[in-house]
Design a protein around this ligand. Structure first.
Ligand code: GDP
Ligand code: IMO
Ligand code: MG
Length: 480
């Protein structure tokens, strides 16, 4: 046995430092913990007791979920998407190389982990196969033992995309959807006429369902939107090819996760979009068509709620929104421009410029309540460097009243005026910082104020897009 002596083990240590312990494979004896406790403590920095962790966006999406999921995948065995579809665009940067995933869970870069697409996700088979092919080109081949698609996940069909685009084009007040067929696909699911991934295994059933759907959709496409009808044979043939490729990946995600849980595996649930885009709790109708909040990690995978141990809310240090809809702290001045430029705020799916604004404490407090957050991952803190003063909305004002939650009435949500508190900014570039104590005092105070306001501790602080540009303050896979 090789023994090596180290002087300090501390959860505020940089992520790299922790990695070094976990991956070196040496037996480490800590001078502070002593020989008996070292093994236990060091184990808890890497492989942990079994836990299930949900990661969700707290704002209007694009908070940096992909980066944080990739980071936490190190401690997980299974990584599971539970809602949304390829409207999501999750960016990972590893050693300077960028990857963007729309459907495949962000844990896929680790060769020894299993990724799953739960029943709550809607799957465009063409997009999924292209993602699998792109990974293969990069030397990451994906066999069915590394990716499972729920047999109950609904399929996005070509007519869903046509209908999404036709509807948006016809609306005077647009939602600004991603045009990926999300709304129409979820409409068919709840309307009980959707086609599920598992239907690909039964050619007769698939043909029957497709025939009925094409007939109905063509009526709407041609009569309502004066568009070009879709062709049954064309779709049927394309889906025969998809079926052949995808069938090996289709399975029962709920059963697989239950087996994993009983075997003591760590499970990481990856949310898409953000809390204010939730179909029930967001700024409706300027939302997506699924429940984005943490509770749906259970519905969207077939996993029992009592088995969830922690919920991490990803919170950008400022706010962005892509698409239409209320955005109380939006900045249309040069500060907004600066955040947009410095934060490279362009949609990872559609390339649209993201609207930018100050951090919104009302949105944050809604996220804490709706998701039951147990920890925060504060991202893009580096983008705020150089701002002389930072602002955070701690309430809204409307019709002479002060309110502390987002109004459900959309006209009120659009009319609220944020009440701001000022916080001191910092000038120093913080992208090289890896320990909390090395952050400028003002940056520490900004984080502490967010923690105080939300009542939730920061577990992670992110200071750059790369996996390593991170401060892991508390590992959510460790049960307290
Ligand atoms: P997601 O949809 O929540 O996964 O977020 P996106 O990938 O759509 O957008 C987040 C963007 O911010 C991506 O380009 C990330 O590479 C980038 N990013 C993530 N964390 C940080 C950070 O701490 N600092 C900076 N500068 N960029 C970050
Ligand atoms: P990730 O997972 C940001 C927005 C769209 C539009 C609204 C409805 O990358 O954070 P949809 O196509 O879902 O019907 O569009 O929701 N939207 C997102 N905004 N990030 C996303 O995903 C989004 N997914 C959908 O811009 O306003
Ligand atoms: Mg995104």
């Amino acid at each position: 046995m090789i023994t090596r002596s180290v002087s300090k083990i501390d959860f505020t240590t940089s992520f790299d430092y922790i990695n070094e312990f976990v991956s070196c494979g040496f037996s480490v004896i800590c001078r502070i913990c002593g020989p008996e406790n070292s093994a236990k403590n060091i184990k808890s920095l890497g492989r942990t007791g079994m836990a299930s962790v949900v990661v969700v966006g707290t704002q209007w999406g694009d908070e940096g979920k992909g980066k944080i999921v990739d980071l936490l995948t190190r401690y997980a065995d299974y990584i599971v998407r539970f809602q949304g579809g390829n409207n999501a665009g999750h960016t990972l940067v590893v050693d300077g190389k960028q990857y963007i995933f729309h459907l495949i869970p962000s844990g896929i870069l680790y060769q020894d982990k299993v990724c799953m697409i739960g029943n709550g996700v809607i799957v465009d088979p063409g997009v999924l196969l292209r993602e699998i092919a792109a990974l293969k080109e990069q030397g990451l081949s994906l066999s069915p033992d590394r990716l499972m698609i729920s047999e109950k996940a609904h399929l996005i069909m070509p007519y869903h995309e046509s209908l999404d685009k036709a509807k948006e084009a016809s609306m005077a007040k647009k939602i600004g959807t991603t045009g990926r067929g999300i709304g129409p696909c979820y409409m068919d699911k709840v309307g009980r006429m959707g086609i599920k991934a598992g239907d690909l295994l039964d050619e007769e059933l698939f043909r029957e369902k497709l025939q009925a759907a094409v007939e109905e959709k063509n009526f709407t496409i041609t009569q309502r939107y004066k568009g070009t009808p879709v062709q049954f044979e064309e779709i049927y043939r394309a889906f025969q090819v998809y079926a052949e490729k995808l069938i090996p990946f289709i399975g029962n995600v709920s059963v697989e996760l239950d087996t994993a849980r009983k075997a003591g595996r760590n499970i990481l649930f990856e949310g898409a979009q953000g809390t204010q885009l939730d179909i029930d709790h967001g700024t409706y109708p300027f939302v997506t068509s699924s429940n984005t909040i943490a509770g749906n990690a259970c519905n969207g995978t077939g996993f029992g709620p009592a088995y969830i141990d922690s919920v991490i809310g990803i919170m950008k240090a400022y706010t962005t929104r892509v698409g239409e809809g209320p955005f109380p702290t939006e900045l249309t001045d040069e500060v907004g421009e600066q955040l947009q430029t410095k934060g490279h705020e362009f949609g990872a799916t559609t390339g649209r410029k993201r609207r930018c604004g100050w951090l919104d404490g009302v949105v944050a407090a809604d996220a804490v309540r709706l998701n039951g957050l147990t920890g925060l991952a504060l991202t893009k803190l580096d983008v705020l460097s150089g701002q002389p003063v930072l602002k955070m909305a701690n309430a809204y004002q409307i019709n002479g009243k002060v309110i502390s939650t987002m109004p459900s009435n959309i006209r009120q949500a659009a009319a609220v005026m944020p009440i701001y508190e000022d916080l001191a900014g910092w000038q120093k570039d913080i992208s090289e910082v890896r320990q909390f104590a090395d952050l400028p005092r003002e940056a520490q105070d900004y984080i502490r104020r967010i923690e105080d306001f939300t009542g939730v501790e920061a577990a992670i602080v992110s200071v750059g897009p790369d996996r390593n540009e991170t401060l892991l303050l508390r590992n959510p896979f460790i049960k307290e």
